[in-house]
Design a protein around this ligand. Sequence first.
Ligand code: NAP
Length: 247
Amino acid sequence: MIQFDLKDKTALVTGGSRGIGLAVVRAFLDAGARVWYASRTRSGAHDELEASFPGRISWLQCDVTSEAEAGAAVERVVADAGRIDILVNNAGITKDNLFFRMSLEDWDAVLRTNLTSAFLFSKPVARQMTRQKSGSIVMVSSVVGLMGNGGQANYAASKAGIIGLVKSIAREIGSRGVRVNAIAPGFIETDMTAELSEAVREKSVQAIPLSRFGSSDDVAGAVLFLASDASTYITGEVIRVDGGMGM
Ligand code: NAP
């Protein structure tokens, strides 16, 4: 039977306080999972979600760029639940600038938050999953990681790095029952894209066959698919969720 539901599954989502991560947290809760999310701030939706899904959501205060904090977050989930079935490496930032103007500081900050954090979380989680002989890791890349983008050399490099990381880990641990995949969203309506000018928005929409920006829920559907047993024969894959922009 094809299985989208996540009943009795334990999930850890980085950057689950808002935007795409929050939509993933909601989708996982709706599908029956027990969810932990790791972010620097508690979600504005936390109390509402706790009321709707009592005892199934927990916040881990965590800066994902810290090896100690990432390790402690994973340890906490394993101590409480005894296992981790799903990891979503979603936390991310942008610090856009033209390449010649990009500082090493902004380069490092974006690489550390978007790519190194995925390494820091995936390592202890993959160790746990290989012990369990099952698990699904989903990483949030971007179409920019596939196509490049002027003004986003740091961000594009971090998102292309995610794809290399996904494919390499998928090859290493597939035989031990763990799947590793990426999604590559296009333009999605979140805080990250809220500051785009009207002119940039209009130009971007013209390049999207579905003629609109995506919603966080549009992205969460693909993450749910890859996290669930509906995708048991998919690993090392990158699914674009971009309204056709990158085809
Ligand atoms: P967002 O609304 O700005 O949310 C970013 C999330 O990352 C927040 O939950 C934030 O939590 C968390 N975060 C950032 N830095 C962190 C840190 N150092 N430690 C812990 N958590 C941190 O962004 P979004 O649009 O939902 O983006 C989510 C992911 O999708 C990112 O990886 C982004 O690159 C990717 N993406 C977005 C788009 C888009 O168009 N929006 C397109 C392609 C890919 P706190 O601030 O509470 O720590």
